[in-house]
Design a protein around this ligand. Sequence first.
Ligand code: MSP
Length: 528
Amino acid sequence: MDRFYVTTPIYYVNGAPHLGHAYTTVLADALARHHRQRGRAVRFVTGTDEHGLKVQRAAEALGMAPKELADQNAGRFEALFRRLGLSHDRFIRTTDADHVATALGLLERLIAAGDVYLGAYEGWYAAADEAFYEEDEVADGRAKESGAAVEWVREESYFFRLGRYQEALLAWYAQDPAPILPESRRNEVQRFVEGGLRDLSISRTTFSWGVPWPGDPRHVLYVWVDALTNYLTAAGGLEAAASEGWWPADLQLIGKDILRFHAVYWPAFLLSAGLPLPRRILTHGWWTAPSGEKQSKSKGNVVDVDLLLDRYPLDAFRFFLFRDKPVAGDGSFSEERLLARCNAELADNLGNLVNRCLRMLERYRGGVVPAVEAGTHLQDEALRQSLREAAEGIAAAMEACDLMAASTRFISLSGELNLYVNDTAPWALAKAGDASRLDQVLCQSLEGIRQLAVLAYAFMPASSLAILGALGEPVDGPPTWESLSAGGLPAGRVLSAPPILFPKLDPEVLGLAAGKDGDEDADKGAAG
Ligand code: MSP
């Protein structure tokens, strides 16, 4: 059976989850759901990164033990992910016992490969990034790229012979299909590696919150060695990784700030351990604050996901994340745009479509699916072709992890279905007494909605199942891609009243200016 193993980064527990964390994880969820629909065995893992100086310091500042803070914040991530309806198979924590064992197992392999030696580290370290920086990457006491404060550290340290893997990494980047996406990111790491690789400090002695170094407890394992190994733990552990386990991952989603760790250090560790490399690492861009600035706690411009979920339907929030920003690029978060899309695309377009089709069936046929002869009406043919093409387009976009293209194609298909209803005008057919054409149009519309619901599943799982439920379709698992070509609803089935999918939201009630910042595009396809 085809398999699909998708990972997200694991999140630091020094603070509460925010929009950025929700974003990567919701992306992974949509892809996992899509691959399940395609009949693949899927493993989707997310979790928390709990060791390291950053977490230790945050705990100290709060007068807590690091593990206490980790438990508290891991709980907040888990709660948010539950609220987001995510379908992960495991929430991994780096303090889990099986993970610590895997991290130590990996280290043992690096040592056995002759890639680890004891030396001394002197250089710039940013606790906020848990990263070492070169002299030319630092200016005015800060890492140029992330802006994090750096400190000069001098300590005994174990090193990993990263330099040994330069050629192997460059050869890997050049492989086809490309393992590092998008191409601009591949070029970025390639340039970095071409510039030469210094050995990497992989232990620390100045704090204690980490996995103790085997046989030398003055040291703890560098948090990134620990953290990256979670992908193996979650795949079934080191031994299983090479045989019956889930490794290598088919897709590792990461944000642009952690590219170097995933595209340079991680594959080098795997090469050293004799393990296969991930098939694809996809880097996504960032959501900035509405002003376009980086979100930061100190500026108080962090987008609070819980607050948004109090105000908007979950599926609308999910859909917005895909629809409003290309995966690879950055985008500013705008609640006005969320509201505009909610109303124009989800309430007026999709919600209205489902509502009007089910209401018409109720009104003209007592809610019972009529029996029809397969028609060859041009309008019906055109719609069937649109449905087929949209499904193909969405599948291709999902393979390419282009959630924006997929969700855009989806909503324009909903618009086409609305136009079909407008153009065939069932109300006029009813008035004119054209019963057989009316039956055809009702059935074709319902079949359109059924397929639309199957296509909606990855983006908006609850709405997808609500529509399918109203159509009397099975809702005990992901609607399969195969079911797209299963044909129409059986004649004689009694359908339910339309579900309430997306209530129209009032900008005034929400304290937002109507229309402000709304994408004009959001009106496209709205009909009825
Ligand atoms: N713990 C490390 C990852 C270890 S993976 C083996 C880490 N944690 S993090 O909590 O700081 O960030 C996790 C992810 O959230 C990163 O991929 C980062 O890019 C992403 N985001 C953080 N802020 C973001 C936005 N504002 N927008 C989108 N994603 C952002 O790094």
